[in-house]
Ligand binder design. Structure first.
Ligand code: ZN
Length: 254
């Protein structure tokens, strides 16, 4: 896929995630990114809205200054702004989102080709409760295992921006160390989910399934307690060959 095609799919993915009836993101909430074959990536520019974004709402980013900044001890607002200005491939492009650090980590360390972050009402009803990410540690129905993954990574609440990106990297590395592969979903407590996908369709499907899962959990807690699946049942779904097949059939957005 060439750069122009990637950009078109990014716009479509943004519009799908920003759809008002889906309650995944409103106003300037949420952001998306996609890896380009040359090592750079597209990410949503600061101030753009997912629902209405067009090509000029994305900025192509060189990840090198981003990763240098993650190691640098100076993480002041001025320094972060200078890095965001510096990482633009086209210096006339808009300033990339402050969550560019997080996207760079998911694309370069998390094995994702496409990344989507939103603030779904359903998921935040849980992540902003006293239970935090706990209800997502066990599964309640098979499709969430197939689409969202057997296990999700969790990041405690941290101020959005470079510090959040560092906390996410720590969680991602620990997850990969424990499970041998990156998660498809990273839950940021009191904030929202990040989805790591292989295609734009993969990101949308995963976000929609996570939203459904969360809505069901909220209903479960309202009328009693969730009836969690046994761990061995969840493991079996994860390892079934037909489920691997289903996982592979995800296609692209039209
Ligand atoms: Zn956010």
């Amino acid at each position: 896929m060439n750069q122009a095609e990637t950009l078109q799919y990014l716009i479509q993915l943004s519009h799908e995630l920003g759809r008002e009836d889906r309650h995944l993101a409103i106003l300037g909430e949420g952001n998306v990114s996609a890896d380009l074959a040359d090592g750079t990536f597209y990410v949503k520019a600061s101030g753009s809205q997912l629902a209405t974004i067009e090509a000029d709402g994305f900025t192509r980013v060189n990840p090198l200054p981003i990763f240098k900044a993650l190691e640098h001890s100076d993480k002041t607002d001025e320094r972060v702004r200078a890095v965001l200005e510096d990482c633009r491939v086209d210096k006339k492009a808009k300033l990339p989102s402050v969550e560019t650090f997080l996207h760079a980590i998911c694309l370069k360390e998390g094995g994702a080709k496409w990344v989507g972050h939103a603030h779904p009402v359903s998921v935040l009803q849980i992540l902003c409760s006293q239970l935090g990410a706990e209800p997502f540690r066990r599964h309640i129905f098979p499709d969430a295992i197939v689409v969202c993954g057997r296990r999700l990574a969790v990041v405690p609440y941290v101020d959005p921006g470079i510090r959040l990106a560092l906390a996410l990297r720590k969680s991602l590395r620990r997850f990969i160390g424990e499970h041998g592969a990156a998660p498809k979903v990273i839950l940021m407590v009191n904030h929202g989910p990040v989805v790591l996908g292989q295609t734009e369709r993969d990101v949308l499907n995963t976000m929609l399934m996570l939203d459904k899962w969360a809505s069901i959990l909220v209903g479960n807690y309202a009328i009693g307690r969730p009836q969690f699946l046994e761990e061995k049942s969840s493991d079996r779904i994860e390892n079934r060959p037909d489920e691997h097949y289903r996982r592979g059939v995800i296609g692209r957005l039209k």
